[in-house]
Design a protein around this ligand. Structure first.
Ligand code: IVH
Length: 674
């Protein structure tokens, strides 16, 4: 292929774009205070990508390098230049005072020692190696001496700097340590999604973070919401720091995310004050902090104190008392999800833990029961960390009476009596019954849920009621419901029945991504549904598709491909889809990215504003406008080309009239888009 010459001004433009994009990434992901809009960012990013592809000039710190790396066969080993140590633990303030005495004894000092205190993040320790200021390698801790190369995965975390910028002094080589972690809210959302998709749950945010980083396929890491906090220095060449605080300040200036609080204490008494402060803050933090780390501030003193086997003598982890309680497992019940996965749930004798009454605890999966040897009737220690679902930490075996019962995986589904199978290498046990009422109800509930078909008023309770009364056996039955049917039920009056019928009717207009997600195909969550919508223009293109064609899409692995192909090669499923279409289902696909022809941008250069209620959620209409090349703005101004007017328009309509902005209906908008 002929190499395209790289003109000087293009080279400059690429360099400028990389610099600016990295800066905006930092504003967004580290400072949480962006200065440009997402659209502006995307526009610059696309421009950079275009130039890089055309001129084959990709800088080592280009943001385009964060994504798109192919899956690995296995992780390479990485030797840490300085070992990654662990920390000694303190469980009381007495332990902290004892630590201070040890430090002084070892140094032969009687006066005050200056310390720093920062939260201890509960995640996965990572080392970032920078050579000449460029991120060269990222590795896990491993055994402390040798870890695994997870560079491609770590690069997908947007707060990780690809180049050290913002400081005058950049060491020739520097290894920076930190913790990759997940916020509690994101962890819970991830588990909910996994539950829906029939994947085994993560026990806590730490496992979720570790599982997300130790992934051979970087696109999976990219789909998880991971954060980083940097707190440690490893090998360094061509530079030095005199104190931990100075190092943290340098990190901050060099645009690294650092712990949300690092405090200096003049002596051990002040350390204890700060520990109390951090503990107070604990419940307000978005992430799980299981303690605080106390470090000798002066790096020369740190060096003199050195290391005792695997722990430094200059630091200690103060562990917060966990929100734990002891109670009894009254019963272990199997609970059946949408995909038939059977999760064991412990029904507990109610117990107060950290101000909350706990009476249920997920046992995650049957392996976990086996590993911890959890039995019905056992006395157990239950922990509630942050807002996380409480879980069983250990069994107090001493309290056993001999009457406890092991609960094996049920051979038959508790809901429908079908066989329960467990596939090779899978943690999940599944009910194979296609018509299992629990699965059917869950599938319908999923179909109607907010991120799927978004049928308001069709939550768990109503699905259960409609199912029980025999009105729905499949989501397709929703579209056959009549107002008269609903009026016969105890929960419905004229208005609520009409509302539900209207909501069902509205859901017929949907997008391909939502619909694919709603179908509840095994392993197809929102992320995969979006990927499919980006790659296939219509639903019909997926009919009878081969797993190979699906696997050729980078973000779709073999297991997911097989599951999707199975679904679309089943004649009964195709029939269902065709019936739905006959009933008026109409699917648009604003996400489609394939063979972009210029004529597919009929709205290019035009700015639209929406007022009032449209047949589709506003966000989706905006997406449609953007994907047709238009710009969707939120307020009317002289530069607005069209105001799209829905039902009950607001003050924007008056303003548009005043300014002489053209108004159109939703149908006219659709017409413009062809
Ligand atoms: S300093 C030589 N600071 O806790 C000292 N560690 O239990 C090395 N951790 O392996 C660690 N937050 O993965 C330090 N603010 C913090 C930390 C922290 C979490 C982790 C780290 C370490 C483990 C020890």
């Amino acid at each position: 292929m002929k190499k395209t010459e790289l003109p000087e001004e293009i080279k400059k433009e690429i360099e400028q774009l990389v610099k600016e994009l990295n800066y905006h990434c930092y504003r967004y992901y580290v400072l949480d205070s962006p200065v440009i809009s997402d659209e502006e960012y995307d526009r610059m990013f696309l421009r950079l990508k275009e130039l890089e592809e055309k001129y084959k000039y990709i800088l080592p710190d280009s943001p385009t390098r964060r994504v798109g790396a192919p899956p690995l066969e296995k992780f390479e080993k990485v030797k840490h230049k300085e070992p990654m140590l662990s920390l000694d633990n303190a469980f009381s303030y007495d332990d902290i005072l004892e630590f201070d005495r040890r430090v002084k004894r070892h140094l032969g000092i009687t006066g005050d020692i200056e310390y720093t205190v920062e939260p201890k993040y509960d995640g996965l320790a990572i080392e970032l190696s920078y050579v000449g200021g460029i991120l060269h390698k990222a590795s896990t801790r491993g055994d402390g001496y040798v870890g695994e190369d997870v560079t491609q995965n770590i690069k997908t975390i947007r707060s990780v700097p690809l180049r050290i910028e913002g400081v005058d002094e950049v060491p020739e080589e520097i290894d920076i340590r930190g913790e990759v972690y997940m916020n509690v809210e994101d962890f819970e959302a991830l588990n909910r999604e996994r539950e829906r998709e029939g994947e085994p749950l993560f026990a806590n945010p730490r496992n979720a973070a570790a599982g997300s980083v130790r992934q051979l396929d970087p696109s999976i890491t990219a789909s998880r919401k991971l954060h980083l906090a940097c707190y440690g220095l490893g090998y360094i060449k061509g530079g030095s720091f005199s104190s931990h605080m100075e190092f943290i300040d340098w990190l901050r200036r060099a645009r690294f995310p650092v712990p949300y609080l690092v405090k200096k204490a003049r002596n051990i008494e002040e350390v204890i004050e700060v520990l109390k402060e951090v503990e107070q803050l604990r419940s307000t933090l978005p992430f799980e902090a299981d303690g605080a780390v106390v470090k000798v501030n002066d790096m020369e003193l740190q060096r003199r104190l050195g290391v005792k086997t695997r722990e430094p003598r200059w630091a200690i982890a103060y562990k917060f008392p966990a929100h734990q309680g002891t109670t009894k497992i009254l019963k272990i019940i199997p609970s059946v999800g949408r995909t038939g996965v059977i999760t064991p749930v412990a029904i507990l004798e109610p117990v107060q833990i950290g101000g909350v009454t706990v009476s249920r605890s997920t046992l995650h999966n049957w392996d976990e029961i086996e590993r911890k040897d959890i039995r019905e009737g056992d006395t157990v220690v239950v922990e509630r960390a942050g807002d996380v679902i409480p879980h069983v930490i250990t069994v107090i075996k001493e309290k056993r009476t001999g009457r406890e019962r092991k609960i094996p995986i049920p051979e038959r589904c508790p809901e429908c009596g079908s066989r329960v199978v467990r596939e090779e290498g899978e943690v999940a046990a599944r009910c194979v019954g296609l018509n299992c009422p629990a699965q059917v109800r869950e599938r319908i509930r999923h179909f109607a849920s907010r991120d799927a078909m978004d049928i308001e008023g069709l939550g768990e309770k109503n699905v259960e009621l409609l199912y029980e009364k025999g009105l729905i056996r499949h989501f397709i039955d929703l579209y056959r419901l009549k107002k008269e049917d609903l009026l016969k039920l105890p929960r419905f009056a004229d208005k609520s029945a009409q509302n539900l019928i209207d909501a069902i009717e509205r859901s017929k207009k949907t997008t391909l991504a939502r619909f694919l997600y709603a179908l509840g195909i095994l392993h197809v969550g929102e992320f995969t549904a979006k990927i499919l919508a980006k790659n296939f223009r219509t639903l019909e293109e997926l009919y009878h598709i081969s797993p190979e064609r699906l696997s050729s899409i980078p973000q779709i692995g073999d297991k997911i491909a097989r599951s999707i192909a199975d679904f679309f090669n089943d004649p009964a499923n195709i029939e269902t889809l065709e019936t739905l279409k006959k009933m008026g289902l109409s699917i648009t696909n604003p996400d489609y990215e394939g063979e972009k022809k210029p004529e597919k941008k009929p709205l290019k250069g035009l700015t639209f504003v929406i007022t009032g209620t449209l047949p589709l959620p506003r966000k989706e209409v905006e997406e449609m406008i953007e994907s047709a090349g238009g710009h969707a703005a939120s307020s009317v101004s002289r530069s607005t080309d069209y105001l799209v007017v829905g039902d009950n328009p607001g003050s924007k309509l008056d303003k548009a009239r005043r300014l002489g902005v053209k108004t159109i209906s939703y149908d006219e908008l659709l017409e413009m888009m062809g």
